[in-house]
Design a protein. Structure first.
Length: 276
């Protein structure tokens, strides 16, 4: 029997106006940081950021870590298209429901694309952006040439993601596969079993490169040079077009810099938050 996914101690749930239930972690006091996880079978906010957000609570920040629709313990509708604007709308409704007027968005992969589009759609609400291997910077065909994307789509479509299948997929996300722990598998496998196939089959993320110059807030980015899901050349696009941007390129690092180089990520983000 697969392990059952249960809420963590700080878990909450809220129903947004569209009727979806959004499960999230909330802790700390101070300026609000919103962590937006990436796509993939079994993904959730907690499994992506459990090693990060408590550290920011300790340094004087309030953190919100939602599960996107289709992921974690949030609603998983089968009658919607999981396109970028669907996620941006859900995030906006979620933040409005919690009366978040202004925040920092921290996004990995799909979460990075959501953060970029959110900053374009609601610029007055985003004070800073922190991006880790963000999507939304290439055409769809480019992403589908990436080894990690190909394996993720194939394995999820084939229903091959039992525990060992999940271990195999997650190992491509990181440079060092020893980071794929039994606890992480316990978190991801039961979620994957509940996800509709449409979560990935209907997903569409447009190329936002031509709109990067519209982003006015400061941007901090991270990219692993061994990323097999999003081409690291995307960092150069953000540096070339955003008005105030810096990037940290990390070798021996895949798609999960916040997991693989947690201390570097946390320290660098804190300096950016405090000092700009």
């Amino acid at each position: 029997m697969a392990p059952q996914m249960t809420p963590t101690p700080l878990a909450k749930k809220i129903r947004i106006p569209s009727g979806l239930d959004i499960h999230y972690q909330e802790d700390g006091q101070g300026d609000t940081l919103v962590f937006i996880h990436g796509s993939g079978p079994g993904a959730s906010g907690y499994s992506n950021f459990q090693g990060n957000y408590p550290w920011f609570n300790e340094h004087g920040y309030r953190t919100l870590v939602p599960d996107l629709p289709g992921y974690g313990l949030s609603s998983k509708p089968e009658d919607v298209d999981y396109v970028l604007d669907f996620f941006v709308s859900a995030l906006h409704q979620f933040l409005q429901a919690l009366d978040v007027q202004r925040c920092v968005l921290i996004g990995n992969s799909l979460g990075g694309a959501i953060a970029l589009k959110y900053a374009l759609d609601f610029p007055e609400t985003v004070s800073k952006l922190i991006l880790m291997g963000p999507g939304g910077l290439e055409e769809r065909e480019v992403y589908f040439q990436m080894e990690g994307i190909q394996k993720m789509m194939r394995d999820f479509a084939d229903g091959a993601l039992d525990r060992e299948g999940m271990r195999s997929l997650l190992s491509i996300l990181v440079y060092d596969p020893s980071l794929i722990t039994e606890a992480l598998l316990d978190q991801r496998v039961p979620i994957c079993a509940l996800q509709p196939k449409s979560v990935l089959s209907t997903m569409r993320v447009p190329n936002l490169s031509e709109r990067l110059a519209e982003i006015r807030c400061p941007v901090l980015g991270f990219w692993g040079t061994d990323d097999k899901f999003c081409p690291a050349e995307g960092a150069l696009k953000i540096l070339a077009h955003c008005q105030d941007a810096r990037f940290v390129l990390v070798n021996r690092c895949g798609h999960w810099v916040m997991v693989e180089h947690r201390d570097l990520f946390n320290r660098t983000c804190l300096d950016f938050l405090q000092n700009g």
